[in-house]
Design a binder for this molecule. Structure first.
Ligand SMILES: [Zn+2]
Length: 541
């Protein structure tokens, strides 16, 4: 973990002989992009009670205010705290509770990682993924004896890198009540000399999976804290979690109330029947750190696996169109119910058919409603005639999806339809704003990669040389707005965050390079030196 450079300088000031107003924190000598309406720059600001109380020049600020703490930014760049408008924050946290075994060079190394992991995390059931016996000197499936010796009481079930084989210990086998006589069809339960080896392949893996418990309260808490730590290190101060259940949302709320979780969250509630019934009755609710006023709904699948719903056949699979996840009646009824409330509807739509259907549905149910700010999540492949519908619907897009998919996206949709693919500038030109996010942990968390992908439309190996469909690149200013003020707008929070302006929450980050002027290929390497939420430094050492 990177050590955070502390720029904090405490200056003791004699308050008794001062006529200046008191602030909690003053920041001076900074290169501040305020991201206000005129995209004005500043070099100092003052913070009190978690909010910016003045923004301007160092002379102005220091003349008017005294503070117990003054941060001299040494000319470093400061931007508003970044917002990820579409991510899976809790999912990222849960991922930290599983062992990552990718890249292990031997079975012993797998065992070592398991031991190290458990020492730190103390989970009740060890799960993980990533081992591959083909990378080992002995290219045979491992057997469970050493695993049993190391973990005689805690169940262990770790998947091979492809997800098609499971290595388990005896505790896990006993929990699943598997014996040498357990029947199964498809796959295999490997045996040697009449004994179970601990390797289970494909379908009988379900027997084990059914016994893996839901995470405990302690594990959920740890997951949320682990995710928060990662986000703060990378400069995210608000995350829009795209799909949470009531239990998790309530857990987040109580951790925030107790001061144990400081990140601000926009919780999109998973739009299943149970959640809809509960939250539509309860109504929208908000604290300074948690905003519950939206539902996450699923239109279709993903493009890579050809699950995205297309209006015409896939270019690389004749007579295959992908599919919508729900029938039209469910889609329309869900939209109608949400439209009748104050909630926002945010729907995953990747294929041009999913986008078309959702845009039409939104239009129909919102026709008499004002300022509902409903969002399409991803808006990945859009038919030319549908762009216009984005004049009233917010595109919530993930620039790194473009640079992850660009290698094969055209194979899926062909040379015509790809022109309406990852068309961020066209979407921006219609709505006037875009909300930018990552979809982590599907993509990497680092928002600098989002910035780079949006502006350069290249991967980290400088491919393609001239960028992918550059007519749809965003400018740096548009990108920074998409990661701050426009993302805040997409959450109905533009009056309280997203820019460094008087009256807003003092959420800001200090960068080691000027993101607006540094060579573009340096952007992915930019480090966040310090992250502030509510005027408070939130980095751990
Ligand atoms: Zn997502």
């Amino acid at each position: 973990m990177k050590k955070v450079v502390i720029l904090l300088v405490a200056i003791i000031i004699n308050f008794s002989c001062s006529k200046q107003e008191k602030a909690d924190l003053i920041v001076i000598n900074a290169n501040i992009y305020t991201v206000n309406d005129n995209f004005t720059k500043a070099d100092a600001f003052a913070v009190k009670n978690g909010k910016f109380i003045a923004v301007g020049t160092a002379v102005e600020i220091q003349k008017k205010y005294v503070a117990l703490e003054t941060v001299d930014a040494n000319g470093k760049t400061i931007v508003p705290g970044l917002i990820d408008a579409h991510c899976h924050f809790y999912g990222l946290g849960l991922q930290q509770q599983r062992v990552d075994l990718t890249g292990t060079k031997s079975y012993d190394e797998v065992l070592e990682r398991l031991v190290t992991f458990q020492k730190e995390k103390q989970v009740s059931y060890i799960t993980g993924r990533g081992w591959d016996q083909n990378d080992w000197e002995v290219k045979e499936f491992p057997t469970k004896e050493k695993l049993d010796a190391l973990f005689p009481k805690i169940p262990v079930a770790v998947r091979r890198i492809d997800g098609h084989a499971l290595l388990v210990n005896q505790v896990a086998i006993d929990l699943a009540k598997i014996t040498v006589n357990t029947p199964f069809s498809g796959g295999d339960i490997l045996k040697k000399n009449g004994k179970l080896t601990g390797i289970i392949i494909d379908s009988p893996m379900g027997l084990i999976n059914a016994t893996i418990p839901k995470p405990t309260i302690k594990e959920v808490t740890q997951a949320l804290k682990d995710a928060e730590k990662i986000c703060f290190e990378l400069g995210l101060t608000t995350v829009d979690d795209a799909g949470l259940d009531r239990k998790t949302i309530e857990m987040i709320d109580s951790l925030q109330q107790a001061g144990e979780l400081k990140i601000r969250m926009y919780a999109m509630v998973s739009a299943d029947e149970k959640n809809l019934d509960y939250y539509l009755t309860k109504g929208i609710s908000k604290t300074d750190r948690l905003n519950i006023r939206s539902f996450k709904f699923y239109g279709d699948g993903a493009l890579g696996s050809r699950g995205a719903a297309m209006r015409a056949s896939y270019s690389d699979q004749p007579n295959h169109f992908g599919a919508m996840i729900f029938d039209m009646e469910t889609i329309q009824n869900t939209a109608k119910r949400i439209a009748a409330s104050e909630f926002q509807m945010n729907t995953h739509a990747i294929g041009d058919s999913a986008n078309h259907i959702l845009l039409q549905t939104y239009k129909e149910v919102l026709k008499d409603k004002k300022d509902r700010r409903w969002r399409i999540e991803h808006a990945q492949i859009v038919s030319p005639e549908d762009f216009e519908s984005f004049k009233t619907i917010i595109p919530s897009i993930q620039p790194t999806h473009a640079t992850s998919d660009m290698y094969w996206a055209e194979d899926r949709v062909g040379s015509e339809r790809i022109k309406g693919g990852y068309a961020y500038k066209d979407l921006l030109n219609n709505y006037g704003k875009v909300a930018l996010g990552t979809d982590f942990p599907v993509e990497k968390v680092n928002p600098m990669l989002t910035f780079y992908a949006a502006v350069a439309r290249k991967d980290l190996n400088n491919y393609p040389k001239d960028g992918f469909q550059m007519s749809n690149a965003l400018s740096r200013e548009e990108t920074l707005k998409g990661m701050t003020i426009w993302a805040a707008y997409s959450n109905f929070e533009e009056n309280e965050k997203g820019s460094i302006e008087t009256g807003k929450f003092a959420d800001f980050i200090i960068l080691d390079q000027n993101i607006m002027e540094v060579e573009l290929n340096e952007v992915p390497k930019i480090k966040v030196l310090q992250t502030f939420v509510n005027g408070e430094s939130v980095n751990s050492d």
